[in-house]
Ligand binder design. Structure first.
Ligand code: 2DT
Ligand code: MG
Length: 220
């Protein structure tokens, strides 16, 4: 890689179930591809790896795991892809990531595990340059055809998860003030699909030409 070549931006989309993450991620990928901008979609959990299959079985309630154990598996699932994410970014490709360590903390802490304990295993992962948080109340999310059958897809859980996302929004904003990287943007996901798409594009557009600085490490 020549020194003048820019790396791709690492963009994470977070939010509650049914907030529209996957739909918006797909729309954004199409838009970038139409502009011939290199982009790769990544989803966590990545259920295709060996660890991912254990996570999948847990989420579908086909297996039971201790809360700490499943938390560490979710984190390990990110670590097993960390090098490939860095290589992709350094090759100049944008990574658009549907859920990341923020979901990891929010869902485990919602079960009562200490916040700092939940954060620890994800420290030093590749850090996103931009976090798009698609915010919606669990009530509104539920109106979109109801939750599915998987673990965590319950209004009460989602309410707790949203509170923890709120805490991370504040902490990440404070961190951004100091370091000027790792921007968290909360998007009103209760709007129409088109309005959410437009809000996302406004925030993402400055990142699509690539970044010159190094990939940062999460919470370092
Ligand atoms: P999807 O519905 O997006 O497939 O997610 N989760 C996710 C965690 O508990 N910890 C994590 O680290 C991640 C990435 C959120 C399946 C569920 O897995 C939860 C919902
Ligand atoms: Mg789900």
């Amino acid at each position: 890689m020549s020194s003048s070549k820019k790396r791709g931006a690492f963009i994470v989309i977070e939010g509650l179930d049914r907030s529209g993450k996957s739909t918006q991620a797909a729309t954004l990928v199409e838009r970038l591809q139409a502009k011939h901008i290199a982009v790769q979609l990544q989803k966590f959990p990545d259920r295709t790896t060996t660890i991912g299959r254990m996570i999948d079985s847990y989420l579908r309630s086909e297996s039971d795991l201790d809360d700490h154990t499943i938390h560490l598996l979710f984190s390990a699932n990110r670590w097993e892809l960390a090098t490939s994410i860095e290589e992709t970014l350094n090759a100049g490709t944008i990574i658009l990531c549907d859920r990341y360590a923020f979901s990891g903390i929010a869902f485990s802490a919602s079960k009562g595990l200490p916040f700092e304990w939940c954060r620890a295993p994800d420290v030093s992962l590749p850090a996103p340059d931009l976090i798009l948080f698609l915010d919606i109340t669990p009530e509104k999310a539920k109106e979109r055809g109801g939750y599915g059958e998987e673990r965590y897809e319950k209004e009460e859980t989602q309410r707790k998860v949203r509170q923890i996302f709120g805490r991370m929004a504040e902490e990440t904003a404070a961190q951004y003030e100091k370091s000027n990287h790792g921007r968290w943007v909360t998007i009103d996901a209760s709007q129409s699909l088109e309005a959410v798409t437009a809000d996302i594009w406004k925030v993402v557009e400055p990142f699509v030409e690539g970044l010159s600085g190094p990939i940062h490490r999460l919470w370092e």
